[in-house]
Design a protein around this ligand. Structure first.
Ligand SMILES: Cc1ncc(C[n+]2csc(CCOP(=O)(O)OP(=O)(O)O)c2C)c(N)n1
Length: 300
C-alpha cells in the first residue's frame, strides 16, 4: 500500500508548478476500479479549477467517506477527509473561518443523501457559498454494493436481494423544495459537460448542488453509462425564481432525467449576511489584544 493511502485528515497543497500552470495531481495515483465514473469526476473537477484560474492554495475540498471520498489523496488542494455524512458542516465551518477560500464538498449518494441528508437540507436553506459535488451511483461502492437512498425501486443488491421496496430520494426536487439557489446535474461519462457544470457551480455565490450520474462499474449493473445515456436529456437553460414550479416539475419527472443547470437564483449567501464577516475573514483579524481568559474561565 503506498504511503499516502494511509488515513489522512488534513492535507496541504504543493505550490504551483513552473510557468504558472497548476498541477492538480498529487503523487498518489487513484485506486478506483477500472471503468469507474469517479475517474470522470476527478478529471472534470481538475478541468473546472484550471478553467477558473484557481491556485491549489485557494481551494479547500472537504470529502465524505466512500469511494468518492478517497479522492482526498488524489487532488492537489487543501483537503479534509470528514466523517461519513459529515462533510458539509466541516465545509461550513471552513467558510466561516475564511470566506475568501473556494470551498468544495465531494460526497457519495449514501454519504450525502442518506446518513448526511440532514446537513444537506440545512446547508441548502442557509445558502452557504459551497459547491456540493455528489457522486450519485445509486449504490454503496466502498462497502461493496449495498442499496443506497437513490437506488430505484426494484434494485437488487446485497442488502436488498428481493429488490428495493421504497421510493428513491430525489435530490434535485429536495433541493428546490428546500430553498436551493443552484441545482444541477451532470454525468461522469460526459467530462466536458461536467467540468462546465462544476465551473458554473463554483462561480455561483451560494450553495450549488452538482448531482453527478456516476456509473459504478463493479456494483451497479443497472445504472450503466448506456443506461444514463438512454434516460438523461440535456436542458437548454436554467429556470429562474419565477419558474420554480416548472423546475420542480422537471425534477419530479420519472423515467427520463434532466441534465444541466435546472434552477438558478441569485440570493445573498450565508456568509454575506453574517455581520462579523463584513469586516473581513476571521482568519485575518488581529487577535493579539483580545483577552480570552474570560472565555476559558467559563469552562473551568
Ligand atoms: C458512521 C458510519 N457509518 C457507516 C460507515 C460505513 N460506510 C463507509 S462508506 C459507506 C457508504 C458509501 O456509499 P456512498 O456514500 O454512496 O459512496 P461510494 O462509495 O459509492 O462512492 C458506508 C455505509 C462509516 N464509515 N461510518
Amino acid at each position: 500500500m503506498p504511503n499516502a493511502q494511509k488515513p489522512l485528515t488534513i492535507i496541504a497543497p504543493k505550490t504551483a508548478v513552473k510557468g504558472g500552470k497548476q498541477n492538480w495531481n498529487t503523487r498518489v495515483f487513484p485506486t478506483w476500479c477500472a471503468g469507474c465514473g469517479d475517474w470522470g469526476v476527478w478529471a472534470a473537477l481538475k478541468q473546472a479549477l484550471t478553467n477558473l484560474g484557481k491556485k491549489p492554495e485557494e481551494v479547500v475540498i472537504v470529502y465524505g467517506v466512500g469511494c468518492s471520498g478517497n479522492m482526498t489523496s488524489f487532488v492537489n488542494t487543501y483537503a479534509f477527509h470528514g466523517l461519513h455524512g459529515r462533510a458539509l458542516p466541516v465545509a461550513e465551518g471552513i467558510k466561516l473561518a475564511n470566506n475568501k477560500l473556494t470551498v468544495i464538498v465531494v460526497a457519495g449518494d449514501g454519504d450525502g443523501y442518506g446518513i448526511g441528508v440532514g446537513h444537506f437540507i440545512h446547508a441548502l436553506r442557509r445558502n452557504f457559498d459551497l459547491t456540493y459535488i455528489v457522486h450519485n451511483n445509486a449504490v454503496y461502492g466502498l462497502t461493496t454494493g449495498q442499496t443506497s437512498p437513490t437506488a430505484l425501486k426494484g434494485f437488487k443488491s446485497k442488502s436488498t436481494p428481493e429488490g428495493v421496496i421504497e421510493e428513491p430520494v430525489n435530490p434535485l426536487a429536495l433541493a428546490i423544495a428546500t430553498g436551493a439557489t443552484f441545482v444541477s446535474r451532470s454525468q461522469a461519462a460526459d467530462i466536458p459537460h461536467l467540468a462546465q457544470t462544476i465551473e458554473a457551480g463554483i462561480k455561483h455565490n451560494g450553495f450549488s448542488l452538482v448531482d453527478v450520474f456516476q456509473h459504478c462499474a463493479t456494483f451497479n449493473k443497472v445504472n450503466t453509462v448506456q443506461w444514463y445515456r438512454e434516460h438523461a436529456y440535456k436542458l437548454e437553460k436554467p429556470f429562474g425564481p419565477q419558474e420554480k414550479t416548472k423546475a420542480m416539475g422537471k425534477a419530479l419527472e420519472t423515467g427520463r432525467y434532466p441534465v444541466g443547470v435546472l434552477y438558478h437564483e441569485e440570493r445573498p449567501a450565508y456568509d454575506d449576511e453574517v455581520t462579523e464577516l463584513k469586516k473581513g475573514p476571521l482568519v485575518e483579524r488581529d487577535i493579539s489584544n483580545v483577552d480570552i481568559t474570560p472565555l476559558f474561565d467559563e469552562f473551568r
